[in-house]
Design a protein around this ligand. Structure first.
Ligand code: SF4
Length: 373
């Protein structure tokens, strides 16, 4: 059995209005502090947590956040080196960096390659300034093209961009321009996520006050079908509900999640899944560091998955993927339910498996609820 690692970098320069991730600006952590001050001993803490992880070989490492590209390569490289030393990496180990296009330079990207990164994912979100403004994103859309070219020039083997659709005020044509601009870049992979308005965010407050209005479900569906169509036309196939790639550029790390393989999340708030046990860390970076430096566990809670939970999770995750669900893993009642969806064009009933059609992907959650009820 192998073990993937997720490494959480819980820092951002500014909080975007829609974001409820476990990330902090330096001044949220310490009055008037700089990023250097708050992140100073963070990697030491991560390396301490690593000592608790199993020593199985590692096929993927993913640095996410927050904004990992704010942290110098030499610091992130310490984590890669230590994982390599104690666990070993597979010969084709995928090592991904999530990056803000504004926080990279040619020299910085070169230094990430030198410490072992081979895949990079840029937060692009949109090319439309009015959409980025609603999202409160600080990056300049023109910097994405520059960042992608530099990443290719220094040798990143796989380049991805993240997009968001369904922002208040975004039209279908705005979205088309964003997807076309992304597909015009020298990239191998696109993730496109529907905007989710999380309670407690600035965006949620703006919507509640009536300052902004969310798009209706029909527009959201049209946006999803449009990105699917444009990606397919450019040779990027759908391989998971929100992910498209050129052949061979599927994100192996995310596939490990969706196939319910073993992974360990390092960092505050990070979740892990090892041998049907789930556990997650305390959320605040300061408490996380203090506990590790005093030799205590940072696991906040854990649960052992029951046979029923494992079966339901396999359905929930498997149906999201291009390979779909094996008929042999389904009960006759579940197959009957899926056949009804098949008659209405939402699923394709093959001899050995069942796959979602593009319109079926729009109602994947509803289908999962019915199958796991
Ligand atoms: S850069 Fe990403 S992680 Fe940071 S606040 Fe914005 S959306 Fe959240």
């Amino acid at each position: 059995m192998s073990l993937s690692f997720y490494v959480h970098i819980p820092y951002c320069i500014k909080r975007c209005g829609y974001c409820d991730f476990n990330t902090y600006t330096p001044s949220e952590l310490q009055d008037g502090a700089t990023l250097e001050i708050v992140s100073n001993d963070y990697i030491d803490a991560v390396l301490k947590e690593l000592e608790f992880a199993p020593q199985q070989i590692v096929p993927t490492i993913f640095f996410g956040g927050g904004t990992p590209s704010l942290i110098p390569a030499r610091d992130l490289g310490r984590v890669i080196d230590e994982i390599k030393k104690r666990n070993g990496l597979t010969s084709d180990c995928e090592i991904t960096l999530e990056a803000n296009p504004d926080s990279v330079t040619l020299e910085k990207l070169e230094s990430y390659i030198k410490v072992g990164f081979n895949r990079i994912s840029f937060g692009m979100q949109s090319v439309m300034p009015h959409v980025l403004q609603v999202l409160d994103r600080t990056h300049n859309p023109a910097n994405v093209e520059k960042a992608v070219s530099m990443a290719r020039a220094v040798g990143f083997k796989s380049i991805s961009v993240d997009l968001i659709y369904g922002t208040p005020g975004e039209s279908l044509d705005d979205w088309r321009q964003t997807v076309e601009a992304a597909l015009a870049l020298d990239i191998d992979h696109i993730s496109a996520y529907a905007l989710i308005v999380e309670t407690g965010t600035k965006l949620a407050a703006q919507i509640k006050r009536g300052d902004l209005a969310m798009p209706n479900d029909d527009l959201m569906a049209e946006m999803y079908l449009l990105v699917d169509q444009l990606c397919q036309e450019q040779g990027m196939s759908w391989y998971e509900l929100s992910n498209w790639s050129k052949p061979g550029h599927e994100c192996k790390h995310n596939i490990a999640y969706w196939r319910n393989q073993n992974w360990w999340g390092l960092g505050p708030g990070a979740h892990s899944h090892v041998d049907a046990k789930r556990f997650w860390n305390i959320k605040h970076p300061t408490a996380y560091k203090q506990k590790l430096f005093s030799g205590e566990t940072v696991i906040a809670e854990s649960e052992n998955l029951t046979a029923d939970q494992k079966r339901d999770e396999a359905i929930m995750l498997g149906i999201r993927m291009r390979e779909g669900l094996l008929r042999s893993d389904l009960s006759s009642t579940q197959i009957q339910t899926l056949s009804t969806y098949g008659e209405n064009g939402f699923v394709e009933m093959l001899q050995d498996r069942v796959l979602l059609t593009p319109t079926g992907r729009l109602i994947a959650d509803r289908i999962v609820r019915e199958l796991t009820f």
